[in-house]
Structure formats: structure tokens, C-alpha cells
Design a protein around this ligand. Sequence first.
Ligand SMILES: [Zn+2]
Length: 150
Amino acid sequence: MSNAILSSSQYQNYRRIDLIVIHCSATRCDRPFPLEAVIACHRARGFATVGYHYYVTRDGTVHAGRPLYQEGAHATGYNRRSIGVCYEGGLDPRGQPADTRTDAQKETLLKLMQRLKKDYPHARIVGHRDIPCVAKDCPCFDARGEYEYL
Ligand SMILES: [Zn+2]
């Protein structure tokens, strides 16, 4: 994992961050959905570029999305104060919501959460579905519970 991508401290003063929101791409785990596809998808929805700040592909690579000083487009009503992190997957081969994270993705997500908590100690880590009024399965695992100890 590249330190350049993870060094977020320099941007801390640009926005007040108190929330880290984890998402899944809601794509089938047996079909590749690279960052380029996310970008194309989000542009089609009218966003300038990818709406997340980090995107973790199935091989465990963390890809830089929007710079942290920029507001994301991933959680309506919460973008101004949050960081958006997404992992590739979230649907099983039949298209049903499932925790499809690979071991590599779990490891990378944990490292990323540890790093972000270091930079933003007061930020809470939640799953997209933990946000009030979000009727989605995203990110298809209990992110709040899993990272609560950090
Ligand atoms: Zn989501």
C-alpha cells in the first residue's frame, strides 16, 4: 500500500471530518469493477469524477479517488463532513447482497481505517447503511461493529 496515497495529514485543515463512511460498489464479486468503471459510472450520474476518496479493489490495492480536501459524493447530506471509502464487490455471484471482501481487501481496509483514525481521531467509522434514512444494504457488512475498537 502506497504511503503517498495514504498521507492525508496535510489536508486535515481543509474540511472538518467527523465521519468515515464505508461503501461497497454493489457489483458482483465474480465480475471485475475497476476504478475506471466507477469513475465512468459516477460521471454518468453527473458527478465530476469518482465520488469516493478511496477505492479498494479485490486484490487489496487502495486507489486514490477524490483528494481528501474535496467533498465527496457518496452519502447524501453527509458529504461535507465525511470521507468516503468503497470496496469492490458487495454482491455474490447471484447478485445478492453479501460481504464479498477478500482477505486482501479486509487487510487493506483495516490499515486504511487505522490510518484515517490516526489522522481524524474524532471521526466515527460507519457503513453507508448506518446513516439515518438510508434503505440500502451497503456495504453489506457491519462496518460500525467491525471497526468500533479503533
Ligand atoms: Zn453506499
